[in-house]
Ligand binder design. Structure first.
Ligand code: LLP
Length: 424
């Protein structure tokens, strides 16, 4: 459920007309609905109310400061994967005690920063990382709380690029390696192994893979108990899918009930790291039609948003619903919606049946709130889009549209240096 609806054939973000927002902020434009965001957060959070739990929103899905601030105010923690995400989460006011840090390649400075902030847990992905964290914590006279990320070898049945819990993936530790790591952690003085973690993939549309992974974690939990390693936190990661097209993912409630039943006999705090299910349908990307072109074979609708703004269709062949901002009764035509970037992979939709559009029309690309702006780039020297948040009849600019100067500002010093270099 989201708050992007048509009223008198005009698309609205909550109580604000999308066309009006475009007049004020231009295109391409990311628009997020704050009420949808908080609604999704609470739908997810309340699904786990029967068990001790902490929701750590996965910052990578949408890391806009205002989005993080809204979620933080609602009580969310954060799942981070870099020093940059730690910086953002803290800047947005998310308490360090609700932050967990995942990722296979944590650098020394990033570990130091997280220890300094005193985050809740590091989700450790290798034995070398465990050793590194221990050494750094020792140097800083701290004890790092850690979970070990288990790779349960479960098929999440999603796109291979976003599957993370299979043996062939780089993530986590196999059970035998994890056992070694827990035993090692017991002997290390500056890490405290109090958690177990896994994240098997993203855009999961059935419960089975979650439950299979949880089953494997529970077996391992029992084994660790026998070894005198008491696990207090069990982190099942994120991954619950959303409806882009015709997918019918389980409702968070169903996931909550299934996990709740399975965890009844365990005295642990459940951690979840949802990203897409919170932010995905919270946002749309609005773009303006620039040109129409036919070549006998194909009809192209050339718009001013491109793969640098929303890379998911190009990268994963993902489907995003597209619809005109102003609905007029027009015949349907099969088109490719493409951007101005010089690559054939620069498309937002292929062979899509859309009402016939004209130059200057606005199109809304739905379900763009997660992994939309965060994966955007300046490829082809295109300044990044603006981000706006709407709540009821109010709207705020949550990120300014980049300008040409933003493309070159970090390179200016090179101009002088090149001149000097060529003098030598
Ligand atoms: N926790 C960890 C450790 C993760 O790696 C991820 C996502 C999440 C949580 C959140 O997963 P979610 O609930 O959003 O599925 N760019 C891709 C998705 C990559 C997901 C990476 N990890 C896309 O656009 O589909």
């Amino acid at each position: 459920m989201h708050y992007f609806q048509y009223k008198n054939d005009q698309l609205y973000a909550e109580d604000v007309s999308v066309a009006l927002l475009v007049q004020e902020y231009g295109t391409p434009l990311y628009i997020y609905s704050a009420s949808t965001l908080t609604r999704h957060y609470h739908a997810f959070e309340s699904a786990f109310s029967d068990i001790k739990h902490l929701i750590c929103y996965s910052v990578k899905a949408n890391s806009n400061l205002s989005v993080l601030k809204i979620l933080g105010q609602e009580g969310s923690g954060a799942d981070i994967v870099s020093g940059g995400e730690l910086f953002r989460a803290l800047r947005a006011g998310i308490p360090a005690k609700k932050i967990v840090y995942s990722g296979v390649g944590k650098e020394v400075s990033e570990i130091q920063e997280a220890l300094l902030a005193d985050i809740l847990l590091f989700n450790v992905e290798s034995i070398q990382e465990l050793e590194r964290i221990n050494t750094i914590a020792q140097d800083m006279d701290k004890v790092a709380r850690v979970s070990l990320r288990i790779n349960p070898d479960v098929d999440p049945k999603t796109h291979p690029y976003i599957s993370t819990g299979l043996k062939e993936n780089k993530f986590g530790l196999s059970r035998p390696e994890a056992l070694k790591a827990y035993k090692l952690a017991q002997t290390l003085t500056h890490v405290d192994p109090i958690g177990m973690d896994c994240h098997i993939g993203s855009q999961l549309t059935s419960l089975e893979p979650f439950m299979e992974a949880l089953g494997r974690l529970k077996e391992f939990y029992t084994e660790l108990q026998g070894l005198g390693i008491p696990i207090q936190y069990l982190d099942l990661g994120g991954g619950l899918g959303i409806t882009y097209n015709e997918e019918e993912p389980p409702h968070p409630k169903e996931l909550g009930e299934a996990i709740g039943t399975s965890l009844q006999d365990l005295d642990v705090t459940l951690i979840l790291e949802p990203g897409r299910v919170i932010a995905g349908n919270t946002g749309i990307l609005v773009t303006e039609v620039q040109y129409l072109k036919e070549n006998g074979e194909k009809n192209f609708v050339i718009v001013d948003a491109a793969m640098n703004d929303l890379v998911r269709p190009s990268l994963y062949g993902s489907y995003h619903r597209i619809a005109p901002v102003c609905q007029k009764n027009r015949e349907e035509v099969v088109v490719d919606v493409v951007g101005p970037i010089c690559e054939s992979s620069d498309f937002l939709a292929k062979d899509r049946s859309l009402p016939r559009v004209a130059q200057g029309d606005l199109l809304a690309i739905f379900s763009a709130g997660a992994y939309g702006f965060t994966m955007s780039s300046q490829y082809n020297s295109r300044p990044r889009a603006a981000e706006v948040i709407v709540q009821g009849a109010h709207h705020i600019l949550a990120r300014k549209r980049e300008v040409y100067n933003d493309l070159t500002v970090l390179e200016e010093s090179g101009l002088t240096l090149v001149t000097e270099m060529s003098k030598d």
